[in-house]
Ligand binder design. Structure first.
Ligand code: 13P
Length: 249
């Protein structure tokens, strides 16, 4: 099955109204006509701005997290239906920064993933090992455990409506990109794990690579058989860099 390439930006906690306006406008203009599917995941307060600038373009938008709860007394949290109200198509779930700084355990990640689907959003489920885990040679166990938590809670069929992003924690924001072969190995492992439970779902699943992707390394990464695009941090904040990566898709 041939899978369309998908490039998603994760702005993390960056932006301001005037800076976003020029970045979103430039991305929108330069993305027109590109083959890859494209999205930007912005901080919550800027969703309305993303919606107003990007509506009707070929750039979708989304959020970087959501609550596992539908509504209620959860001060500071944002629900899936609220994201839906602002036209979000995507939401990042289980980013390593959420897992390591904000206590998003595998169980919490699985609950957020389920909440996203329930709200009609496409989860971008992040998995990936730390440097210590890679050095201890347990990358496969870690990634499998993170994936299995979601499959156990929502079923393998749910992955037909989701995207997976492999982000080795040691490659995020460090300038150290996984080699195309290192990334491909883990992507193949993820696809095989999903295939064991659902062959067709695995064949259609978009698996993105994230971690220091730049215009200069995107083409080789995206050329690997199981790499279907990228989840882009730093480079998504510079219109030409982000578009350069999208053009590699
Ligand atoms: P960088 O592209 O800045 O390494 O960040 C990757 C990432 O965490 C995207 O979610």
């Amino acid at each position: 099955m041939s899978r369309p390439k998908f490039v998603a930006g994760n702005w993390k906690m960056h932006g301001s109204l005037p800076a976003n306006l020029s970045l979103l406008s430039a991305v929108k203009a330069k993305a027109a006509g590109l083959k890859a599917q494209i999205a930007v995941c912005v901080p919550y307060p800027y969703l309305a701005q993303a919606q107003s600038v990007l509506a009707g373009s070929n750039v979708a938008w989304g959020a970087q997290d959501l609550s596992e709860h539908a509504q209620g007394a959860y001060t500071g949290e944002v629900s899936g239906s609220m994201l839906h109200d602002f036209g979000c198509r995507y939401v990042i779930i289980g980013h390593s920064e959420r897992r390591s700084y904000y206590g998003d355990t595998d169980a919490v990640v699985a609950a957020k993933y389920a909440a996203a689907l329930k709200a009609g959003l496409t989860p971008i489920l992040c998995v990936g090992e730390t440097l210590a885990e890679r050095e201890a040679d347990i990358t496969a166990q870690v990634v499998t455990r993170q994936l299995d938590a979601v499959i156990a809670a929502s079923g393998v069929e749910s992955l037909a409506k989701a995207v997976v992003a492999y982000e080795p924690v040691w490659a995020i924001g460090t300038g150290k990109t996984a080699t195309p072969a290192q990334a491909q190995d883990v992507h193949a492992l993820i696809r095989a794990r999903v295939a064991a439970a659902g062959r067709e779902v695995a064949a259609g699943l978009q698996i993105l690579y994230g971690g220091s992707v730049k215009p200069g390394n995107a083409k080789e990464l995206f050329g690997q058989p199981d790499i279907d695009g990228g989840l882009i941090g730093g480079a998504s904040l510079v219109a030409d860099d982000f578009i350069g990566i999208c053009a590699a898709g």
